[in-house]
Design a protein. Structure first.
Length: 255
């Protein structure tokens, strides 16, 4: 997922195995793991400067996900447990692209999100909003040869999260992307256009101002299905000037 760089020829006496090397993100472009406005980063962020580990065989290889492990039903979050989810049905689609605008095929794209009432099906989410018995908030697809993905889901609701007085998170969907090895994982969030909660959300505002628009999807009326679902387009760019903002550390937090 992170690309490779070329290496100089190795001496004949050295091992014949030549491993790819991942491109290192410049320190000044990395998403901050500590952000004053996002209070929980105070206890989650490392106290020492992170150290980049060398790329060895374990870091650049891993099991390849078989095509039979992901089914078409995994991409439709509205039909679970024998019933239909409640809320505004939406289609979320786009492409996964590299820094040169080329499609990234066969990448595993996973999402998780709150339901229409803004509640996750998660043991630590117990605020008084209803759970939907037919919505678990989990989906996954594998990009096709053109790097395309598509989900049918429910537009998530906003929810309180206790970061500051009267704090509410904007509607969002979490995305995880896997490449061909365990180290090739990226995590980010997709937002919806014109959300009134953007201004007071420290997670959204921790992104550089020039990059925030890349985390916001685009409403697509032409792709919307009449009498069925609204559509939102969101392309994910892995590197370059148009790179999607990614989280640099993921600890399973549902925020």
């Amino acid at each position: 997922m992170t690309g490779t760089t070329s290496r100089e020829p190795r001496p004949a006496s050295d091992s014949a195995l030549v491993l790819p090397r991942y491109l290192r993100e410049p320190a000044d472009r990395r998403t901050p793991v500590a952000y004053a406005g996002y209070k929980s980063t105070g206890v989650r962020a490392p106290l020492r400067t992170p150290v980049d580990l060398p790329h060895r065989l374990t870091e650049v290889t891993g099991p390849v996900l078989g095509e039979d492990m992901v089914t078409a039903a995994d991409a439709d979050l509205t039909l679970r447990q024998g019933g239909e989810a409640q809320g505004q049905r939406i289609i979320v689609y786009g492409r996964v692209l590299d820094s040169d605008g080329r499609p990234v095929p066969h990448a595993l794209v996973e999402i998780w999100q709150a339901n229409a009432a803004g509640r996750y099906r998660h043991v630590v989410d117990n605020w008084p909003a209803p759970l939907d018995p037919h919505f678990d908030g989990l989906g996954r697809v594998v990009t096709d040869d053109l790097g395309r993905y598509e989900f049918t889901t429910i537009k998530p609701g906003a929810y309180p999260w206790g970061n500051h007085h009267n704090a509410w998170r904007p509607a969002h969907i979490h995305f995880s992307l896997f490449g061909q090895a365990f180290t090739q994982r990226l995590v980010t969030q997709m937002y919806f256009p014109d959300d009134p909660l953007f201004g007071q959300d420290p997670i959204f505002n921790s992104m550089p101002t020039t990059a925030r628009h890349r985390a916001v999807s685009r409403f697509d009326l032409e792709r919307s299905q009449p009498n069925w679902a609204l559509a939102f387009q969101w392309d994910i760019v892995l590197r370059g000037r148009e790179q999607t903002p990614f989280e640099t550390d993921d600890d399973g937090d549902v925020a």
